[in-house]
Design a protein around this ligand. Structure first.
Ligand code: HEC
Ligand code: HEC
Length: 336
């Protein structure tokens, strides 16, 4: 605070404008940085990807789309402890948000998909999710005449295949970022963007060590970390985390650090969805990751800070999907 005022006084002698711009200078050395809008995306792929993201015909039942479990009207999640997929099957784990997932070092809680394109191939086929063999998904999309010009515009060919389908969905997902949160405004130099309590919460978050793991533009997604560093976490689900990918015992119970962007919207929390409130999640994080017991007042301040990470939600115009044709394979909601 003091050096800023000092320089302002000096700047006053120089020009008032310079002083104003100094006061609003961005805080570039913080461990969390503002969300930037994506650049260089292919508009035709984005448009096609958005259609596919909302198209339930990519599922065996004909009623489950990506948006069923990653509802863009609700923070890109389903707000369930674990997702429900084909034939009302309980999923094995909590659905993370798709918002800002392009910032993560890998996809899924255990990071088994390298990127969004590789990720998108999973749920279409997965039994407890959309349960749709890739061949059949491709046949369905190719049987819908209205998709042909969209694939032509995006890929130069009218014919869909699973590679193009997942690439288009991934391109759309890259648009799902949430800039302009109040915390970002503060980072960009707007001192009034945070209340005293929120600022105190940020200080607690930073000084007590949460930023060792929750850092980068997404306030997470930059590393895999053990759940239960100081004390053991008793999970409600059998998931083993990163060890399932690497086969290494040392990776047991290591999970991708989730983004805290929009965390106000993405309840319930943790890979097992066991924490229903942010207050609970902060309490558990303090005790298990840092060996620190926060008072109710401190938790309140941290939660107040976390809620400042809610950014502008993507403005989605529900796409009008082209109708099926006489050749389109019929949906099979009860297929085993
Ligand atoms: C039945 C519910 C369901 C459907 C349908 C579904 N997902 Fe998911 N999604 C999940 C769950 C559960 C996970 C976490 C799985 C894991 O980590 O093992 C997940 C993980 C993800 C992730 C990784 C996010 C992260 O932070 O690691 C992305 C991205 C994603 N899904 C996108 C999609 C797309 C694209 C589709 C459509 C093709 C889709 N999902 C369909 C439930 C669903
Ligand atoms: C050692 C690394 C580490 C530290 C330190 C840490 N976290 Fe976490 N955090 C994680 C991991 C890993 C998860 C996911 C755990 C899981 O789902 O089993 C997580 C999950 C969360 C979640 C739930 C997010 C969601 O969408 O499910 C919140 C909220 C959270 N952390 C807040 C905090 C706060 C507040 C602090 C400081 C008091 C903190 N974390 C410190 C690694 C860490």
């Amino acid at each position: 605070m003091k050096p800023a005022k000092l320089t302002c006084a000096v700047a006053l002698a120089w020009t008032l404008a310079a002083c104003a711009s100094f006061a609003a200078s961005p805080r570039t050395d913080e461990p969390i940085q503002p969300i930037q809008a994506p650049k260089g995306l292919n508009a035709a792929k984005v448009e096609l990807g958005e259609m596919l993201y909302f198209d339930p015909r990519l599922s065996a039942s004909g009623i489950i789309s990506c948006n069923t479990c990653h509802n863009l009207a609700m923070g890109g999640t389903d707000n369930l402890q674990t997702s429900i997929g084909h034939k009302w099957t309980a999923g094995p784990i909590n659905a993370p948000t798709v918002l800002n997932s392009s910032f993560a070092l890998a996809q899924f809680w255990d990071g088994r998909a390298a990127d969004l394109k590789a990720q998108a191939a999973g749920p279409i086929q997965a039994g407890p999710e959309m349960s749709m063999p890739h061949d059949l998904a491709v046949d369905v999309i190719n049987s819908i005449p209205g998709y042909a010009p969209k694939f032509k515009a995006a890929f130069g060919t009218e014919k869909a295949d699973i590679d193009k389908i997942t690439e288009a969905i991934a391109e759309f997902e890259k648009t799902l970022v949430t800039p302009n949160s109040r915390f970002d405004k503060w980072l960009q130099g707007d001192d009034k963007a945070l209340s005293a309590d929120e600022l105190a919460g940020w200080k607690l978050f930073k000084d007590s060590g949460c930023v060792a793991c929750h850092n980068g533009p997404a306030a997470g997604g930059t590393s895999f970390q053990k759940m239960g560093v100081v004390a053991e976490y008793k999970a409600a689900l059998p998931a083993e985390g990163r060890a399932a990918v690497t086969g290494k015992d040392a990776d047991r119970f290591n999970f991708k650090v989730p983004t805290l962007r929009n965390v106000e919207l993405t309840y319930p929390y943790f890979h097992d969805g066991a924490a229903r409130t942010l207050d609970q999640a902060v309490d558990i994080m303090g005790r298990l990751q840092l060996g620190r017991e926060f008072s109710a007042a401190e938790r309140g301040q941290i939660v107040a800070f976390l809620k400042t990470l809610t950014g502008d939600q993507p403005k989605i115009t529900l796409p009008t999907l082209p109708p099926s044709s006489d050749k389109t394979p019929a949906p099979n909601p009860f297929r085993e």
